[in-house]
Design a protein around this ligand. Structure first.
Ligand code: HEC
Length: 133
């Protein structure tokens, strides 16, 4: 009797494993372009995060750059990175390097929003995550 139950459980386990293996969804991974990877490497090598945040994490000398390409546009972002300002250093990057960094920042931008809109903040200081985004 017990043996039959164990055999039955094993068969259920085996068929479910096979079902999952066949139906596993590999299409959900976001494809990453070469420029994005190169931009990510540069972001780390030049230590942009020492002064900037992504998702609110990082240094606080410069602004959060999670959604910079959405708010300022890719061209304006590229010009800032290329020439710097009085406060942002000119890091002497080539045009190709600047484009890779912009590609990386656009990719980060597509992953979500870092700032919580004012009307989403509850009076208690917490906020609801909008799952429809
Ligand atoms: C020494 C600190 C420092 C480093 C390192 C640094 N930045 Fe900045 N960055 C700043 C500051 C400060 C500003 C704001 C400049 C201003 O308003 O004049 C800024 C502004 C920017 C802006 C424009 C933001 C806006 O709101 O318009 C972009 C884009 C940017 N930085 C990208 C980068 C990237 C990419 C790197 C790495 C390659 C980097 N920064 C490294 C300090 C830094």
């Amino acid at each position: 009797m017990f043996l039959r139950i164990w055999i039955l459980l094993f068969l259920v386990f085996l068929s479910y494993t096979i079902y999952l293996y066949i139906n596993c969804d590999t299409g959900r991974q976001i494809p990453v372009e070469r420029a994005v990877v190169a931009g990510r490497d540069l972001w780390q090598k030049k230590n942009c995060q020492a002064c900037h945040q992504l998702y609110g994490l990082g240094g606080y000398m410069g602004p959060d750059l999670t959604n910079i390409t959405r708010t300022k546009g890719e061209n304006s972002t590229a010009i800032f990175i290329k020439y710097g300002t009085g406060k942002m250093p000119n890091l002497q990057l080539s045009d190709a390097e600047v484009q890779n960094l912009v590609a990386y920042l656009s990719w980060v931008d597509k992953s979500g929003t870092s700032k919580v809109p004012e009307n989403k903040v509850h009076w208690s200081g917490t906020y609801l995550i909008d799952t429809k985004q």
